[in-house]
Design a protein around this ligand. Structure first.
Ligand code: 13P
Ligand code: SF4
Length: 308
């Protein structure tokens, strides 16, 4: 059986759309109708006419698509596609945290569960975080969750104090500063670019900091350059296509990381076979309790309006 052809056949038979994140396996990115960052994926989910959304990404992304599209079927190739960052913010603990700090505007990074979004005033992604935070009047104190690294980066860029939740992404925290500096010494002509989920000492070395889509746009402006890329290695697939003449070196991770570069094990659980199976059986399906969905939709819609 030719999996790719069968997936395409099923997709048109079921009026399905495949949305994929830049960290997905190359063969999945190649089959997708749209590949993008978290904001682009949410914007696409908000405008699709498809009956079925196949989300080639992780659970919080598919859940966001379901919150926006209650009448559409949203399926994820593997329910084990979670996220360490989303897991670092359990709803019961976050509820207590908010209660302990009343009168704060609650801004949450999209990498969190529907329950956390339902407790939020605003949602943001890495590409609109500065804009979203700056949209809050200066005198209002802010709680930012769950990513403390993105939170610290926003504080530095906006000059705003925020109360940060102590969460992080295991993939972006795996970058090793000593190895990165060593690599840079060997490649002094390279430009370091980084995702803001990385730790402060990594971000300090970077010439450009931005979302996955932002990083791709940046390298497109410098097509003949040598880059050291500090984010999940799946992004290199799209970058190589966009800037074939650039030299792209993945930033090195700690020795004990499962991969020499940084790969998100959650993103990589999705395979072409699972994509086919989920389209065939229309499962596993993402479900969100209606009461939670309605509450979570409000801060997502605010984000989408502010991102036009
Ligand atoms: P963006 O693609 O929105 O930059 O997010 C990165 C990420 O970690 C997704 O899980
Ligand atoms: Fe979550 Fe990090 Fe994987 Fe993104 S790269 S899905 S933030 S664990």
């Amino acid at each position: 059986m030719n999996l790719k052809q069968e997936i395409l056949k099923l997709k048109s038979k079921k009026n399905a759309v495949i949305l994929a994140h830049y960290y997905q396996r190359p063969e999945i990115q190649e089959l997708a109708d749209y590949v993008g960052d978290s904001l682009g994926l949410s914007q696409n989910a908000a405008t699709t006419n498809a009956d079925v959304i196949v989300f080639a990404g992780v659970h919080f992304m598919a859940e966001t698509a379901k919150i926006i599209n209650p009448t559409k079927k949203v399926i994820l190739p593997d329910l084990n596609a979670g996220c360490s960052l989303a897991d670092s913010c359990p709803p019961d603990r976050f509820k207590n945290f908010i209660a302990a700090h009343p009168n704060h505007t609650v801004i949450t990074y999209i990498n969190c569960s529907a329950e956390i979004k339902a407790m939020s005033d605003l949602v943001c992604t890495s590409s609109n975080a500065l804009k979203i935070v700056n949209s809050v009047p200066k005198e209002k104190p802010i709680i930012f969750a769950p990513d403390k690294n993105l939170g610290k980066y926003i504080m530095k860029e906006t000059g705003r104090e925020m109360l940060l939740w102590d969460g992080s992404c295991i993939v972006h925290e795996a970058f090793c500063i000593d190895k990165l500096l060593q690599l840079y010494q060997q490649n002094p002509d390279a430009v370091i670019i980084a995702h803001p989920e990385s730790e402060e000492h990594i971000l300090k070395t970077a010439t450009y900091v931005g979302s996955t889509a932002g990083m791709i746009n940046y390298v497109k402006k410098h097509p003949n350059t040598k880059f050291i890329v500090a984010t999940e290695a799946g992004i290199l697939h799209e970058m190589k296509k966009e800037v074939p003449k650039a030299t792209l070196i993945p930033a090195p991770a700690e020795e004990d990381n499962t991969c020499a570069c940084s790969e998100c094990a959650f993103m990589k659980v999705n395979t072409l076979q699972k994509l086919y199976d989920c389209l065939l059986t229309e499962s596993p399906e993402i479900k969100v309790a209606e009461i939670t969905r309605k509450k979570a939709l409000i801060p997502i819609e605010r984000m989408l309006e502010l991102s036009i």
